[in-house]
Design a protein around this ligand. Sequence first.
Ligand code: SF4
Ligand code: SF4
Ligand code: SF4
Length: 366
Amino acid sequence: MCAECLRCRPSESLRVVKSLGVREGFRVDVGLPANVPRSEGGFRCGLCVNECLVPREEGASGFCGAWVFRGGGLVPVSGYGRAVVEWYFDPHPTNCVAAHFCPAVTGAGFPEFAVRPGLEEGYVNLAVFFAGCGLDCVFCQNWQHKVMAGEAVRRGGRVPWVRDWSELVEAAMDPRVTCICYFGGDPGPHAPFALRASNEVVRRAREGGLVKRVCWETNGVEHPGLMRAMARLSLISGGIVKVDWKAWTPSVYEALTGVNGEKAVKRLMVNTALVARMGRERPEIPLLTVSVLLVPEYVDAEEVRRISEYLASLDTDVPLVLLAFHPDHLMNDVGTTPRRQAEECVREARNAGLKHVYVGNVWLLQ
Ligand code: SF4
Ligand code: SF4
Ligand code: SF4
């Protein structure tokens, strides 16, 4: 189903996409619900745009696999204060999507938000990889998180990757760590865990005069209240909220991610506007960065133009990072991003008024 059909005949095209059942088959195999649960009388989760109605059956999970119905309520799959997560130290400079302009590389905000006026050589990022995501992208380049999340649902949370929030705080307080990047999967479904740990890290960092930036790499569909709390921590710590915007056209978004595209795109508009507004308090480091993965044939110049026009209407200084794609997960029948597609997209973004447009993963361009 091509982007043109999805844009011109959305309902019919989405029916065809759905009838293939490819995404659903994989999800069931790994132990996740095939679709966003809409159980009548189900337990409602409001953490992300899916607003799952989780069946009131012991062990039933939300779409992400991070929350399950247990003991009469909805709880994190491995219990309160715990998450299915892994972390590691990543030396600066990392291949972070915001590396072109973030304090770890440029020293922006030194001395409050960076330990050096330039590259933080010898220091590391604490990369926190969550299992579970509110989207189900067919091309997910970190799809192992779905297997981890599904396994946790199947085994009632008893998997080797369960960690307590206090362990994360200890890891973040390592003297080499200058920033924490939450990704995965997506931090949205795990926001209560991540916020609890980050609040403590930021408190200790302030007391000790340390640099501990809190950054998020998110699909941007979390509840705006959570997004505000996440962005607030980034704002006061020198961190960045990196929103990965999959597509502008709701039907294209839905075909690629498996969730309601109308609702998701509206949520992205609300959340990016919110973070852009908050970012005015700290102009020296952009609080909001948006990335767009240039999926060949789908996320084309038209999609990038519309996203860019919207971002430019918020603030023409919002950095946009266009990422070259490589085939992965269930979408392995397309190549990497053609160089011509990337050039067209850069042109459209600049014409829309954005002043800071970058291309990431350039080595993948063909
Ligand atoms: S975080 Fe999102 S996907 Fe997960 S259970 Fe809640 S509403 Fe559903
Ligand atoms: S996590 Fe934040 S501070 Fe660290 S390298 Fe990435 S954008 Fe920079
Ligand atoms: S939002 Fe990211 S982690 Fe989640 S399914 Fe899509 S590509 Fe994977």
